[in-house]
Design a binder for this molecule. Structure first.
Ligand SMILES: [Zn+2]
Length: 367
């Protein structure tokens, strides 16, 4: 009997290493978090990208653990980006359109604010505009996402080390006696940049950087030549790497949502290609920088995309796949959480979107 047990145990040891090596839970100290949010990136959208790549490995195939996030808000089964952004940023569900506050007006602290208090550097990178709901959820506190003046004042007061995107017109459209919001930003010590190239030429940070790279939203991939999200993320990683206390970065593929609202698969796949590069850049950084955790998720699903056979004979291995949408709005379908790097195993399971915040705080912040 002993012999049989010994043989079985030896066989297990031979079979186990590959599983154990990749999946064994390790409680590694987390110094840095890179949170990548694909706005509106439901599983149908991620799946469309995987099929488009002909099942060659995508960033999603690199995930070490996956979870599911329930995205509903306090007042709707179908959330908007403000409420779901607030849930991920603060750990509290609130009503749609609210940012960083409960319906009764209670102000909610964000993980970005807490990380800054801990001495960490903060980076926010978006492909839309800086006052948009997802980035604003990490620094603003107002009962209406449409109250852009309040969002703007909160941004200038918060002063993230780096914030990059579009929306220059929001900072220049009104002039008071003491100038525009852009003047106020400069007066508060913020360095304003006009192009990504200006940003890439910076070798160190001597002041908070506000990159206003377009009048409105930064253009969709289909309307420009140059890469943007991964390049901005890579340069931000280089700059924030100097802070030994670590960093918290939120990078958003904002236009995934817009393409899905338009049910435009061509635009969607271009946006997914850009997002994939950014996620790979984050995972590459985690490979070479101990203590870095990468979380990839969505705030909600947009478009309700499904992948259906375009061929009558769907038994064919090379059958054409069509992306079909069920709505031009958001849906209540849970979204996937992909995790990679230090303590990634702590992010598996089925959870509320608020739980994602609790777990990020637990691993990142000083107790
Ligand atoms: Zn949307």
């Amino acid at each position: 009997m002993k012999k049989i047990i010994c043989i079985v145990f030896s066989a297990m040891m031979v079979l186990m290493p590959s599983v154990a090596k990749d999946k064994a839970p390790k409680s590694e100290k987390v110094n840095n978090i890179i949170l990548l949010i694909g706005d509106g990136m439901g599983l149908g959208v991620a799946g469309a990208w995987m099929v488009d790549r002909n099942y060659e490995p995508t960033c999603f195939d690199r995930a070490q653990f996956v979870g599911l996030s329930k995205t509903y808000s306090l007042n709707s089964r179908v959330t908007d980006s403000a409420a779901s952004g607030t849930a991920m940023a603060t750990g509290h569900k609130t009503n749609n359109s609210m940012l960083g506050v409960l319906p009764d007006g209670t102000r909610l602290g964000t993980i970005a604010e807490a990380a800054k208090e801990d001495g960490k550097s903060i980076g926010i990178i978006v492909t839309s505009y800086l006052l948009d709901a997802t980035p604003a959820a990490f620094y603003a506190h107002t009962s209406s996402r449409g109250n852009l003046r309040q969002v703007e004042e909160d941004l200038i007061a918060f002063q993230p080390d780096v914030i990059l995107g579009g929306g220059r017109c929001n900072f220049t459209d009104q002039k008071w006696e003491d100038g525009t919001m852009l003047d106020k930003a400069v007066a508060s010590g913020i360095k304003v940049l006009e192009t990504p190239e200006e940003y890439y030429s910076m070798t160190s940070l001597d002041a908070p950087v506000l990159g206003l790279f377009a009048e409105g939203s930064y253009p969709m991939v289909i309307d420009r030549d140059a890469d943007y999200l991964a390049d901005c993320l890579n340069h931000t990683l280089e700059l924030l790497d100097d802070n030994k206390k670590g960093f918290f970065i939120m990078a958003e593929g904002s236009h995934i949502d817009h393409a899905a609202h338009a049910n435009n698969t061509e635009q969607l796949l271009f946006e997914m290609e850009e997002f994939d590069k950014a996620v790979n850049a984050a995972m590459d950084y985690a490979d070479t920088h101990k203590g870095t955790l990468v979380i990839v998720t969505a705030d909600h699903d947009t478009g309700g995309a499904s992948l259906v056979s375009d061929n009558k004979d769907f038994h064919l291995g090379d059958s054409e796949i069509g992306v079909r949408y069920t709505t031009t709005g958001h849906t209540g379908t849970p979204v996937v959480i992909y995790s990679y790097g230090a303590s990634a195993w702590k992010f598996s399971g089925v959870m509320e979107n608020t739980e994602l915040n609790r777990r990020m705080r637990e691993v990142l912040l000083r107790k």
